[in-house]
Unconditional design. Structure first.
Length: 380
């Protein structure tokens, strides 16, 4: 045995069962690869295209959202304009109806024996006018209607102020000592009411129309927005004349002038007589309800060449011993006017002759045309 035999040699089987191996780093697994092979990474141009598409998609979404938001805002603005206009139309319509009530009350004064009742009614109308102004002030006003709102507020303030002035002076208009001043104040009030119509028509209604046109909203027609005409004062400018106001309300205004002219002609001609708007005939029987006590309207003309003062209108039923009068403060040459005469009580039912007369004035010579005799059958 040689020297090398002393070393232990591994068995042949052991050398083969434990081979010496070098350490290998595991490869990272590539993501996104399909089974059976991998895709190429996207090129730079393809990435750029994807970015452009994404930006375009975002822009489209933003535009669509903006359009939807604008549409909702536009719809709300349109609805606001329509709602405001409808509310204004209602308020002005109610105010116009109030005007009819006020002037009906004033004209009833010529046949009323209770001035205090007229004052009470006008006070009630005043409260209604103030309520209408409060309603207007409570409205939600679109920005496009701010200017119109200011004109509307002025319109309703003037109407409430006019009614207040009338109500404060109506009772004094039926007292001889205070009638002239009271009638003057009432005339100032009716003139202010006329001015309120001017402001509404020329400013408020025009400003509402402009705002609606700018919003491309239809005005009028079956489906359009309604703008009320707005007429508070009756269509008669006589309400701005103190002389005519005194006549229509039956105020007890004493004349400060007297008939002194001795030259020229004097006198009046009675044209016709009517009751409740129906002209009475002097040749056939007229049927009139006895109750309430009827009011006769005498239409007459100053047929002379002079101004006449304190002209007395009279209606009488001799058989019943009834006489009633009213006075017109002044008539001028060729002027045609009316006076209202209310019987003091309801006449007894039956047929009578009613005499209507414009009493002769000083220096009047022809008195044949001052009188009409009317056959009347009072019923009820």
């Amino acid at each position: 045995m040689s020297f090398f035999d002393d070393e232990d040699e591994p068995a042949a089987g052991d050398a083969e069962s434990e081979p010496t191996r070098a350490y290998e780093r595991p490869r990272p697994e590539r993501r996104g690869r399909r089974a059976g092979g991998g895709d190429r990474p996207p090129s730079g141009s393809e990435i750029q295209r994807r970015r452009v598409f994404a930006v375009v998609a975002i822009v489209v979404i933003v535009i669509v959202c903006a359009l939807l938001i604008h549409g909702c805002q536009s719809s709300r603005a349109t609805a606001g304009l329509k709602d405001y206009s409808a509310s204004v139309n209602q308020i002005i319509g109610e105010s116009d109806q109030l005007g009819s009530s006020v002037f009906s009350t004033l004209q009833s004064g010529a046949s009323s024996s209770d001035p205090a009742a007229l004052g009470t009614k006008l006070d009630s109308d005043l409260q209604t006018a103030r309520s209408q102004l409060s309603h207007l002030n409570s409205l939600s006003v679109p920005s496009q209607m701010q200017k119109a709102q200011g004109s509307l507020q002025l319109t309703l303030r003037m109407r409430a102020g006019g009614i207040s002035r009338i109500a404060s002076n109506i009772e004094q208009a039926y007292q001889t000592q205070t009638a002239a001043a009271a009638v003057q104040q009432i005339t100032v009030a009716t003139s202010n009411l006329y001015a309120s119509d001017v402001i509404y028509k020329n400013y408020a209604a025009t400003e509402i129309s402009q705002a609606l046109n700018e919003a491309s909203l239809q005005i009028g027609g079956t489906s359009g927005v309604t703008i009320n005409a707005g007429q508070f004062l009756p269509l008669n400018l006589g309400w701005m004349s103190s002389k005519q106001v005194a006549l229509w309300i039956g105020a007890k205004v004493a004349s400060t002038a007297v008939n002194t002219a001795t030259t020229g002609t004097h006198g009046h001609e009675l044209n016709y007589v009517s009751v409740s708007g129906s002209q009475l005939s002097s040749s056939s029987t007229n049927t009139i309800p006895a109750s309430p006590a009827p009011t006769f309207t005498l239409d007459f003309t100053n047929s002379g060449s002079n101004t006449e003062y304190d002209v007395v209108c009279e209606v009488s039923i001799a058989t019943l011993g009834i006489t009633a009068t009213s006075t017109i403060g002044e008539t001028t040459k060729d002027e045609t006017t009316t006076c209202k005469v209310t019987l003091p009580s309801a006449p007894k039912a039956g047929s009578y002759t009613v005499k209507a007369e414009i009493e002769p004035v000083p220096y009047e010579k022809d008195k044949t045309n001052n009188v009409l005799s009317l056959p009347v059958d009072f019923t009820g």
